[in-house]
Write a protein that binds this ligand. Structure first.
Ligand code: 5GP
Ligand code: ZN
Length: 113
């Protein structure tokens, strides 16, 4: 059994509210939502952070962003959402399985905190 929280969610070993899944990616609601819509998009494959993505995973990376787009459409926030990747502890990454936050349903300030 994997020790990685998001690997376990992707494998169905831990419960999450999944809003999209395919053979390469899973999207589920964040347990501590920071906006009315807050979904996490992850690859099924374990990659610790954006820094760890390699050239031969470029297709997977592109796919994840297209899943972000699809999640936004399904959640009815297309045209008004924020995509966040926290890479490394200084940026606030707390789960070391790469993920994109998809946030929407409210307005967002800039610069982010
Ligand atoms: P990070 O801080 O690494 O960018 O984002 C990790 C996110 O995962 C946080 O927003 C946090 O609320 C979320 N999270 C942590 N544990 C769980 C969990 O067990 N289930 C779900 N659905 N989200 C989680
Ligand atoms: Zn993992």
């Amino acid at each position: 059994m994997s020790a990685c929280l998001f690997c376990r969610i992707a494998a169905g070993e831990l419960q999450a509210e999944i809003v999209y899944e395919d053979e390469r990616a899973v999207a589920f609601r964040d347990i501590r939502p920071q906006a009315p819509v807050h979904v996490l998009v992850i690859p099924r494959e374990h990659i610790a952070s954006l820094d760890e993505v390699r050239d031969n995973q470029a297709g997977l990376l592109a796919h994840l962003l297209l899943v972000v787009q699809q999640v936004a459409a399904r959640e009815k926030i297309a045209g008004g959402y924020r995509v966040v990747n926290n890479c490394g502890p200084a940026a606030g990454q707390s789960v070391f399985h790469v993920h994109f936050h998809v946030l929407g349903g409210r307005t967002f300030g800039w610069p982010p905190g």
